[in-house]
Every structure is written in structure tokens, then in C-alpha cells.
Design a binder for this molecule. Structure first.
Ligand SMILES: [Zn+2]
Length: 216
């Protein structure tokens, strides 16, 4: 399991490496926040371990974009590692059930060492901000694919961090129009796309790809 850390801007790293499930680390005054606990225990533990090498500040929280397993499969691991789970309120019932379940066949870290889960739930939008970093979180409105997604925007660097809103490798961007409409509605003007799946691109490239291969 390889996890690489690519600096994207001051206090922001893109954790890539093996697989196609990336995470992002944001550095605040006195703590780090992760975006995405992907796939399973092995991937999320490797991501958390890597994040902890980037700064002596404690990693305290993970933003989970939505409920699909390739984005939320590591939440039990994150809880076992002491992280608070921040996600959209519509994930509350499912995530709490996931955490409460027994894990007996192949016991995971949370089964071996039960720890009280801490959740934070957001609704339409939420801003995490101190002197070092500002991360704005937005709920993806009226998306035809699924209804629990939150994405992040860093106004200082005009960086969009998103999961499943767009991937450069897709042959069709069936909900690309909805994504661009969302960004417009929120008044966001990204310069760079920093995705969970795919590659870091100029936002102009993302728009061009969506327009060139729209949904059918
Ligand atoms: Zn995905």
C-alpha cells in the first residue's frame, strides 16, 4: 500500500499512490484535517499514517464526502484512530449503524479496541477557518446521482476538492452539468480541481472535458 503526499498549496497535500482513491490533508493553526477515509482499513490506516508524517500537529478530523464505500469504507478505522467524522447529516443513520455493528469474522481496529465515535453533521454549508486555513464545505444540490455529497473549496487558492463530481477519465460526465451549476450557484470560481479520483487539473480543463463529453 503506497501513499504519496504531493504538496498542492501551502498547508494542503494530495495523498495519492496506489489505487485511485486519493485523500487531501489541510493544515490549520494547531491541527490537521483529512478529506476522505477511503475504501477499507488498510487504505485509510496508510493514509492516516502518512498524514501524521506531514506535520507534528495532531490529525483530529476527517471530512467524509458521501456514503459510497470507496469514500466511507475507512470510517471505523478513522474512529479507532481517534478522528472525528464530519459529514452530511443525511449520512447519520447509516454511518452510526456502520459504527455500531460487530466486526467478528475479521476483526478490525475498532472491534479490537472499542472507542466512542464522535460525529459532526453539516447541512447546506460549513466553513472551517482559522488564521492558517479556510476550507468551505458545500452540500451538492439536486444531484441526479446521489444526495449525500459534500465538496470542499479553499478560497485562498481557489482549489476545488471533490469526490465523484467529476473524473478526467470518465467517458461521459452525466452529472457534470449539475456540478457546474452547483459551483455557479455557490458563487465559486475554482482555478484548480483536486479530486479523489483522477488527476489534478486546471479547472478550465475540467469544464472543457465536461462540455466535450456531456451525459447522454
Ligand atoms: Zn468514488
Amino acid at each position: 500500500m503506497v501513499v504519496t503526499a504531493e504538496p498542492v498549496a501551502k498547508g494542503i497535500w494530495w495523498l495519492a499512490g496506489s489505487g485511485n482513491h486519493r485523500s487531501v490533508v489541510f493544515e490549520f493553526d494547531d491541527h490537521l484535517v483529512l478529506y476522505e477515509a477511503p475504501l477499507n482499513e488498510a487504505r485509510t490506516k496508510a493514509v492516516i499514517d502518512k498524514a501524521r508524517t506531514l506535520s507534528p500537529k495532531p490529525l483530529t478530523k476527517v471530512i467524509v464526502s458521501h456514503h459510497h464505500f470507496d469514500h466511507s469504507g475507512g470510517i471505523r478505522t478513522a474512529i479507532a484512530e481517534g478522528l472525528t467524522i464530519l459529514t452530511h447529516r443525511s449520512n447519520e443513520t447509516f454511518f452510526k449503524a456502520l459504527v455500531a455493528r460487530q466486526h467478528l469474522i475479521a476483526p478490525d481496529a475498532l472491534e479490537k479496541n472499542h472507542r466512542q465515535a464522535t460525529f459532526e453533521f453539516m447541512d447546506d454549508r460549513l466553513t472551517l477557518k482559522d488564521k492558517s486555513m479556510e476550507v468551505q464545505l458545500y452540500y451538492l444540490l439536486d444531484n441526479p446521482r446521489e444526495g449525500t455529497n459534500i465538496y470542499a473549496y479553499v478560497p485562498r487558492d481557489r482549489i476545488l476538492v471533490q469526490a465523484d463530481l467529476y473524473d478526467a477519465t470518465w467517458l461521459r460526465h452525466s452529472w457534470g452539468g449539475n456540478v457546474l451549476q452547483n459551483l455557479d450557484t455557490r458563487g465559486l470560481k475554482p482555478e484548480k480541481s483536486v479530486p479523489v479520483h483522477g488527476v489534478i487539473e486546471p479547472f478550465t480543463q475540467m469544464v472543457a472535458n465536461i462540455k466535450a463529453k456531456p451525459g447522454t
